[in-house]
Design a protein around this ligand. Sequence first.
Ligand code: ZN
Length: 195
Amino acid sequence: MILRILHYGDATLRAKGKPIENIDDGIRELAANMIETMHAAHGVGLAAQQIGEPLQLTVLDVSAVEERPSMLKLDGTDLDPKTAMPLVLINPEIELHGETEVGVEGCLSFPEITGDIERAQSLEGGTIHIESSGFLARAIQHECDHLNGILFIDRMRSAAKVALSSRLRRLQKETRRGTGIRPEEERPLVSETTL
Ligand code: ZN
């Protein structure tokens, strides 16, 4: 089932996700619906906050991203990231490593807005130990931010955010009035970067 994606201006996007205690059928169904919704929106990541459920749950699928390489290790073994997609992360805890790198990102909650965001180049985390670098590391950081109510605009350089301020104010107003772009009207702009 395709779920409605909330846009900037909706208070749920600022909510910290509750940890998931039991992975029951309800959570499995929610994750499956989130994957379907992410694919339908041509996004590469979607956090539970974005569909109105403040939980520590996010889904990712970077398999269609050709130009920005991703690396993934599962319990110490190198893995072709494509074979691990879609990825469902529940209660993720990540540790950031390496230098930071600036790269363009979009977000399904900010239609048609992109920005350069500085992120760590690699990370580690999980009960199942994963290590990742490249674009997947960036995408996981973007989604884990959502789970804590942090949005990519919070990490934009202030000049970029100032340049976007009137568009952001307009989006926030449209969301609050319910007059914004409906999800079915959204066209993927830079789908490879929309998380
Ligand atoms: Zn996002």
